[in-house]
Design a binder for this molecule. Structure first.
Ligand code: IPE
Ligand code: IPE
Ligand code: MG
Length: 248
């Protein structure tokens, strides 16, 4: 299977590397607890790793990086943790906007914005606009994101098109549905990494990961360095992706 759409990796040596890497950044709470600190301390440490991994991507030939920051299920946490995380997202945008712009990173957000504070939504939108002209790396941040919720919202929009007579039900196929997803502008992930030793998807990119390769790292996210990341990415080339076919 060749690479899609004539995309070329930044370095020839990594030509067989993944175009799109998605990361379930897990283990912040345990990292903090091990140090006798509040969970938010772990989330703060986690944010620093995001910066490090973003910076590592271009040299690894990665064009798309998607990170899971807050799930539709994470509202079940204490109010203190949820509002601490929302503050952290606002601070991240405020602090990193200029650096992301200068580094050639185009930022997008996926997830349902309706339940987020208007102030945060405005900042997300402004960062998307600010970086819209960048193309070195596409960074997608999933906030209030759930795979099932995304498919349900997409189906709702699709149904509205049908009801309005703009879409024929007979024409609905997988591609049609994909075009209504939050990720409609992104290629499917080639590699999904989850840190902290948990081997589950937790509602992340359910539709898009149909043929993704998975890698589960035992390292907690605040300890997950660019070196850990680069090692997983370099091992990706050894995997044989068959997409249901039999190799000739
Ligand atoms: C991941 O770390 C970050 C978010 C879900 C926001 P956790 O907070 O889930 O950390 P653990 O899994 O409890 O250690
Ligand atoms: C998944 O981690 C969500 C994020 C990393 C944002 P969780 O910690 O919420 O997942 P579960 O609850 O262990 O499945
Ligand atoms: Mg967790």
């Amino acid at each position: 299977m060749g690479r899609k759409g004539g995309r070329v990796a930044a370095k020839d040596t990594n030509f067989m590397g993944p175009t799109h890497v998605a990361v379930i950044m897990d283990g912040n709470g345990r990292w903090a607890q091990m140090r006798g600190r509040p969970r938010l301390f772990g989330h703060q440490a986690g944010v620093r790793r995001v910066r490090e991994i973003v910076e590592a991507c271009p040299d690894l030939g990665i064009r798309y990086l998607t990170v899971f920051a807050f799930s539709t299920e994470n509202w079940r946490r204490t109010q203190a943790e949820v509002s601490g995380l929302m503050n952290l997202f606002r601070r991240y945008i405020q602090k990193e906007a200029q650096a992301l712009l200068e580094a050639g990173v185009r930022v997008r957000f996926i997830g349902d914005r309706d339940r987020l504070e208007p102030k945060l939504v405005d900042m997300m939108h402004a960062l998307e606009e600010l970086t819209a002209g960048n193309e070195l790396l596409n960074l997608t941040v999933a906030i209030n994101y759930g795979g099932r919720d995304e498919v349900a919202r997409a189906t709702q929009r699709l149904a509205r098109e049908v009801a309005a007579g703009r879409l024929d039900p007979e024409d609905v196929d997988a591609e049609t549905l994909a075009s209504f997803l939050d990720t409609c502008l992104l290629p499917d992930p080639d590699l999904v990494i989850r840190t902290s030793g948990e081997a589950r998807i937790s509602n992340f990119l359910l539709w898009q990961s149909a043929y993704a390769e998975y890698e589960f790292s035992p390292v907690l996210w605040p300890d997950f360095t660019a070196d850990h990341f680069a090692e997983i990415v370099s091992n990706f080339g050894a995997r044989e992706r068959r997409y249901g076919a039999v190799k000739a």
